[in-house]
Design a protein around this ligand. Structure first.
Ligand code: DGT
Ligand code: CA
Ligand code: CA
Ligand code: ZN
Length: 584
């Protein structure tokens, strides 16, 4: 164990003692010791071995004993004991802004709250206000704090990371010394959540220091966690971590390739280079001393951009989204990489809400916005009747909406509003409207919004039963996950996809940045089974329509081509496909 680890454990022990309501002198001793260790010069192992711990100010006999145990064995009985006394989730609550041990202790002891989820539910229900000194305002602040903690976490949702990257890059590009610049890392690979943002640029050596300073002093930067000539790291005000690397321009393609990753992709790139007798790193190709190809080592070709690196290795250019060592090398070797769907291919979308249920814009406003985006159709799929909390539609309302849409369509023959519903799959797998109502729609999105607590087997059967309904067209947000906030419900997605294939049903990629569900890892499986995918924004407003872009990113990451995505088709093609889903 190193100094940092020991210091963290002492700090945690102090906090655990606070939570237990122990003698404040005792807990303070641990907090003090933690700081003393953090600031200790030299090696902690040496201090233990030489028996000099007691000479450190702030470290008494009992804490010296604990540190010795930690260094020698990696743990200490006293620490283990303390940890057992307080549930994990209670410690997590301390990470919420404004919550210290005193308040958390109250929640835990008076209300038996032992996790963030429970704390959130209690704040929502107004149960915290029953405690002395708490009111609606504190509850509101706690909810805000929980939300901030979740969006921060260790990771960021894609749009927040993308926005941060673009703001920084735009600022840096104003410097005349910047030659090339690019987003790298998981963001460039279009992962659904991003750990840290990686930025890369090329510049002459003499310009580096100035550009680095531009980065570390940017107004969005909250703290600088590392700074050097070629790499700096910062934490932004929104809590997002960001690395900037500056390389020479001739190194740029290699650095871009390396820092785009993934690690697994890089490993395979390197091993393919080795087989040619070259080494490959973030700066260049070079000749291996002990080349397996011996004298026959091919000459290293000139590299001007990333394409040249792939070409040199006998590969076609691999789009960043596919760089997960997930079959892209085999495909790139044989010229079989897919031509990926693009945003320009999208002609409309299907899963959108209006003021009839919980949307904020009218059907006409939504359609108008879609037309302005260059689309030729828009599907409105409001909630079904059981979803009362979301303004689910009665059968009368359904008929009223259908009439309104028919009238709008008659007035605007150049644009088609499609009549859909987002119909709940009830716990027993039946749908929330009877068949004769479902038959009124052009299509039916079936989804789950309640009764999540089921076994995987029961949930899988429930979804398959709902999807198999003659009138079901497509499955909405298949796992119910909310990225960085709510886990998926238990469901065997392979079996659901198999059922969709057997019954000719569509599955959506819900493009809302917190969902991105169907997961990209399953898209190719679905595609290979012949399942069509719809990219749906689940828009509750005009702005929400633009989320389609995130869904297209996920479709690309899932190897989908234009023909695999339903909403690249014309109105007639879409309606024909929808009709075909009712045959089974
Ligand atoms: P993240 O930030 O966790 O969402 O994921 P990445 O992929 O952005 O990971 P990050 O920021 O740690 O590193 C950026 C890229 O740098 C990564 O995708 C591949 C490359 N890289 C980093 N560490 C290693 C390594 O140890 N080996 C190899 N081959 N590549 C690495
Ligand atoms: Ca990263
Ligand atoms: Ca990084
Ligand atoms: Zn929904």
């Amino acid at each position: 164990m190193n100094k940092k680890e020991i210091s963290d454990i002492l700090e945690e022990m102090g906090t655990l003692l606070d939570l237990q309501g122990a003698n404040p002198f005792k807990s303070r001793a641990f907090h003090n010791a933690s700081r003393a260790i953090e600031g200790l010069g030299g090696d902690i192992g040496d201090a233990v071995a030489e028996g000099t711990l007691r000479q450190v100010k702030g470290i008494g006999e009992s804490i010296a004993k604990i540190i010795t145990e930690l260094v020698n064995t990696g743990t200490s009985p006293e620490y283990e004991e303390l940890r057992k006394s307080v549930p994990e989730g209670v410690l997590q609550m301390l990470k919420i802004q404004g919550l210290g041990p005193k308040k958390v202790k109250l929640f835990y002891e008076k209300l038996r709250i032992v996790s963030l989820d429970e704390l959130e539910a209690a704040a929502r229900a107004g149960r915290l206000a029953s405690l002395e000194g708490f009111g609606a305002k504190t509850e509101e602040n706690i909810l805000k704090g929980i939300q901030a903690f979740r969006s921060r976490g260790d990771k960021s949702l894609y749009p927040a990371a993308e926005k941060a990257a673009e703001v920084l890059l735009t600022a840096l590009r104003k410097d005349k010394g910047v030659i090339r610049s690019e987003i790298a890392g998981s963001l460039r690979r279009h992962k659904e959540v991003v750990g840290d943002v990686d930025l890369l640029l090329s510049a002459k050596d003499r310009d580096r220091t100035r550009i680095m300073e531009l980065f570390t002093t940017h107004p969005d930067v909250q703290s600088v966690t590392g700074s050097g000539e070629t790499k700096s790291s910062v934490v932004l005000k929104q809590g997002i971590h960001c690395d900037l690397r500056i390389v020479k321009d001739e190194e740029f393609p290699f650095a871009l390739n390396y820092f785009t990753g993934s690690k697994e992709h890089n490993v395979e790139m390197r091993s393919r280079a080795r087989r040619r007798g070259w080494s490959l790193n973030e700066y260049a190709f070079s000749r291996l001393e002990d080349s397996p190809a011996g004298r026959a080592t091919p000459k290293i070709p000139a590299v001007k951009n990333e394409e040249d690196i792939y070409k040199a290795l006998g590969l076609s250019y691999v789009p960043p989204e596919l760089r997960e060592n997930n079959g892209e090398f085999e495909a790139a070797e044989t010229g079989q990489l897919p031509v990926l769907v693009t945003e320009k291919d999208i002609k409309g979308t299907f899963h959108c809400h209006s003021t009839y249920s919980d949307g904020v814009n009218t059907v006409a406003q939504m359609a108008d916005a879609a037309r302005k985006m260059g689309w030729i159709y828009l599907g409105i799929a409001d909630h079904s009747k059981v979803a009362a909390y979301a303004g689910g539609l009665s059968v009368d309302k359904v008929k009223e909406q259908i009439k309104e849409i028919d009238a709008l369509n008659e007035r605007n023959p150049d644009f088609r509003i499609l009549k859909g519903t987002e119909c709940d799959i009830l716990p027993d797998g039946t749908l929330d409207y009877p068949d004769k109502v479902l038959a009124l729609f052009d299509y039916v999105v079936v989804s789950i919004h309640s009764s999540f607590a089921m076994t995987e087997e029961a949930m899988t059967r429930r979804i398959i039963k709902g999807l198999k309904n003659k009138y079901a067209t497509m499955l909405g947000h298949p796992t119910g996950r909310l990225l960085l906030a709510r886990e998926p419900y238990p469901v065997n997605m392979e079996r659901v996809i198999d059922a969709a294939a057997d019954h000719g049903k569509v599955i959506e990629i819900n493009a809302h940045p917190m969902r991105l569900d169907l997961d990209w890892r399953l898209c190719r499986y679905a595609r290979n089974k012949g399942v069509h995918i719809a990219v749906n924004p689940d828009a509750h407003s005009i702005d929400g329509l633009h989320d389609v872009t995130y869904g297209v990113g996920i479709a690309r990451k899932g190897w989908l081509r234009k023909a695999d995505v339903v909403n690249t088709g014309s109105v007639d093609e879409v309606l024909a496909l929808f009709a075909s889903t009712r045959r089974s």
